[in-house]
Design a protein around this ligand. Structure first.
Ligand SMILES: *Cc1c(COP(=O)(O)O)cnc(C)c1O
Length: 340
């Protein structure tokens, strides 16, 4: 007899895309929107010096990280919650806000974790497709809306006016800003006017710490406090904690890296646009529409990993998402596309 919750059977497993671990030979990883460049010297040094302390628990309030985040974002420390990656923050937001049957609204195509964590709370989820995630206004009402800006996988950013409309219509609004630093804009300034806004950020993309698992939320004190209260007390590892602090302290280095990534993105776009439709992007990846069903597999056979997002709700026809890599990785990717 199976007494597992019924919803577990309904939920589609998250597809993490291809990983280098699954290949015997060296591959180029452009499937997960990671930062391809090495960490700053400060981060590397801090990690080395911290290894002898991994027998100790990290400080569960992560105060030093919150202090750095506060000066980095301009948001008060008591309005910051931290946890084990932005994906964990998404789950925690669903956990503190959603009762069974609450209405959750998700414009598509977007990040699929919003759906999974809402379903786990037995919420009533409504998705609505906007071509190219061109969300032009708020078309619904309810308990919680999940917005993503810049959006994964389309790459475009939402206008502040649209975000405001959502804030007026929903009890709570999440704006997932995992790629905010590449865009150079944030809606965090709206936190002063709206107590129902939750901005989610990650250290996995701009700060290149995907392997460390650190994310945070900026929100009203009650919401930040709620998240802090129910997260696992030690959800960020000691090395993650130390790395995140030092990453913020070397933000100038990461800004230079981001500038490089953005200029590479534009070069990549120019080349790809000769053959494909490429969506406008404010992030460190490009969404590409194509007509060759085997393209992603052929790339993989040749050692280049991109993310096949064909079939995602709201995307019609074949699509892949390619992360901007190092210059030599991007050239190799283009060469292989050319061959195919
Ligand atoms: C990558 C990504 C995340 C997950 O970030 P982690 O901090 O690695 O958990 C969250 N939201 C979006 C839109 C992302 O692309």
């Amino acid at each position: 007899m199976c007494s597992m919750r019924y919803v577990i059977r309904l939920i589609n497993e998250y597809d993490p895309g291809p990983f280098p671990d699954e290949f015997e030979r060296e591959v180029v990883q452009l499937a997960s929107n990671e930062n391809p460049f090495p960490p700053s010297e400060r981060v590397l040094k801090a990690i080395k010096e911290s290894t002898l302390r991994i027998n100790r628990y990290p400080y569960p309030y992560y105060s030093q990280l919150k202090a750095e985040l506060s000066s980095y974002t301009g948001v008060d420390e008591n309005r910051i919650a931290v946890s084990n990656g932005a994906s964990d923050i998404i789950r925690l937001v669903a956990d503190i806000l959603l009762e069974p049957f609450d209405r959750v609204y998700i414009p598509m195509p977007s990040y699929t974790m919003y759906l999974m964590f809402s379903m786990l709370r037995d919420a009533r989820v409504e998705t609505q497709v906007f071509e190219g995630y061109d969300v032009d206004g708020c078309h619904s009402r309810g308990k919680l809306a999940f917005l993503c800006s810049p959006n994964n996988p389309t790459g475009n950013a939402l206008k502040k006016k649209v975000i405001r409309e959502f804030l007026e219509s929903f009890e709570y609004v999440v704006v997932d800003e995992a790629y905010a630093e590449f865009h150079g804009e944030s809606c965090a300034d709206l936190l002063g006017h709206y107590t129902n806004l939750i901005v989610i950020r990650s250290f996995s993309k701009f700060f290149g710490l995907a392997g460390m698992r650190i994310g945070y939320a900026l929100a009203d004190e009650s919401i930040a406090g709620g998240i802090e209260k129910i997260r696992n007390p030690f959800s960020i590892s000691y090395l993650g904690y130390i790395s995140a602090i030092e990453a913020i302290r070397s933000v100038d280095y990461y800004r230079k890296v981001a500038d490089m990534i953005i200029s590479e993105r534009e070069k990549l776009r120019q080349q790809l646009e000769r053959k494909f439709y490429v969506y406008p992007s404010r992030a460190n990846f490009l969404l590409v529409k194509h007509t060759e069903p085997e393209l992603v597999n052929r790339l993989m056979e040749k050692g280049v990993l991109v993310r096949d997002v064909t079939g995602l709700e709201g995307l019609h026809g074949h699509h892949f998402r390619v992360s901007v890599g190092k210059p030599e990785e991007n050239s190799l990717f283009l060469e292989v596309v050319e061959e195919i």
